[in-house]
Design a protein around this ligand. Structure first.
Ligand code: NAP
Length: 330
């Protein structure tokens, strides 16, 4: 029987999500890719439990996740929750999302009232939970009035099926509109989950970080390593098969050779700081308190443990920050 490591909270100081009472571990585990029905359960269980043993008490899924077998990432996490992590439920922050395809038909996607209210029940069933800690609208749905989505999310909280609400992939005007509506209803809205990494600064450039700060909300950063690009994996070249997330496509605008050159320069800098490139990339995201947590995706306990060492050095000099700005403007 699994028993959690007694020292699990010694390594990582939890961070507040905006001005709310919710806190998250600085580095959390996302189960988007390779945590589905086609993947080896025992290995994935090991990664989840290893993360929890090291203070990672936040796990992020979506009803759509599962590498094409929608819902199967939730089911995988649900199995670990029902067996190993049941005694630790009160310590965990479990997040899921609704908005991308989960089943055929008009209510199998998007954030209409019907999709949201039936979606949360289906997610809870797969997760083996009575409630999730954080429930997100996974995307802005242009076909539904924002007020309808906001009201449905608020009703999910009032029904006791979620404690906090977030949005994801909402740009600054979309987030501002939703936040104003949440405020009117008194919804515990706390976070926008967005793509953010050294190469992709959209959340800075568009004023989203400032907007969230102003409203007492936080940001959860996804894709912090740009699908593993910001690690020592591609220092000798990026293969043609490398799949970049749509939010990071502009990284390759001037060709892959320039990116490889920049990765090597960044890597040298990281080594000078006593870090790997991945560790520096994660630490860099945590330099701003508005970033409540950084979601890593990994199927490897070695990568997980390596990434968590980023927390050993979170400070940057102004010169280092300026150099990173220079090297990532490509
Ligand atoms: N809201 C949204 O729309 C949205 C979109 C995308 C992602 N997300 C969330 O964010 C999470 C993370 O996203 P992501 O998977 O794109 O993040 P990521 O952490 O930037 O990239 C994951 C990739 O990096 C590799 N990796 C991790 N640590 C490494 C290391 N130390 N050295 C070398 N390679 C390393 C992983 O390979 P290994 O498995 O081999 O470690 C994997 O291929 C997702 O699971 C999901 O929860 C949300």
């Amino acid at each position: 029987m699994y028993k959690a490591n007694d020292t699990r909270y010694q390594g990582a100081t939890p961070r507040p999500v905006g001005a709310s009472g919710l806190v998250l571990p600085p580095i959390a585990l996302g189960l988007w890719q390779h945590f589905g029905s086609a993947d080896p359960y025992a290995d994935r269980r090991q990664v989840i439990l290893d993360a929890f043993d090291r203070g990672v008490f936040h796990f992020d899924v979506a009803n759509h996740y599962g590498d094409g077998d929608f819902g199967s990432s939730e089911s995988l996490l649900g199995r670990v929750l029902a067996t190993d992590l049941r005694p630790y439920r009160d310590e965990l922050v479990i997040a899921t999302k609704i908005g991308y395809e989960i089943h055929p038909g008009p209510f199998g996607t998007g954030t209409s009232r019907k999709a949201v209210l039936q979606g949360i029940d289906d997610s809870l069933t797969r997760l083996n939970l009575d409630y999730v800690d954080l429930f997100y609208a996974h995307r802005f749905d242009e076909t539904v009035p924002v007020a309808e989505t906001v009201r449905a999310l608020d009703d999910v909280v009032r029904a006791g099926k979620a404690l906090y609400i977030g949005v994801s992939n909402f740009d600054t005007p979309q987030a501002s509109e939703a936040i104003a509506l949440f405020a009117k209803l008194g919804t515990p809205f706390v976070v926008d989950q967005m793509s953010y990494n050294m190469f992709n600064r959209d959340v800075e450039a568009t004023g989203l970080l400032d907007c969230l700060r102003r409203h007492g909300a936080g940001l959860v950063a996804y894709g912090p390593l740009s699908e593993g690009l910001l690690s020592d994996r591609y220092l000798n070249g990026i293969p043609d098969t490398f799949k970049i997330h749509p939010t990071n496509e502009t990284t390759f605008a001037k060709g892959k050779d320039l990116v490889v050159a920049r990765l090597n320069q960044l890597n040298e800098m990281a080594v000078g700081r006593g870090q790997t490139l991945a560790q520096m990339a994660l630490a860099w995201l945590l330099r701003d308190p508005v970033v409540a947590s950084v979601l890593i995706g990994t199927t490897s306990t070695a990568h997980l443990q390596d990434n968590l060492k980023a927390l050993d050095n979170l400070s940057f000099t102004q010169d280092e920050l300026a150099e990173i700005d220079k090297l990532t403007t490509i």
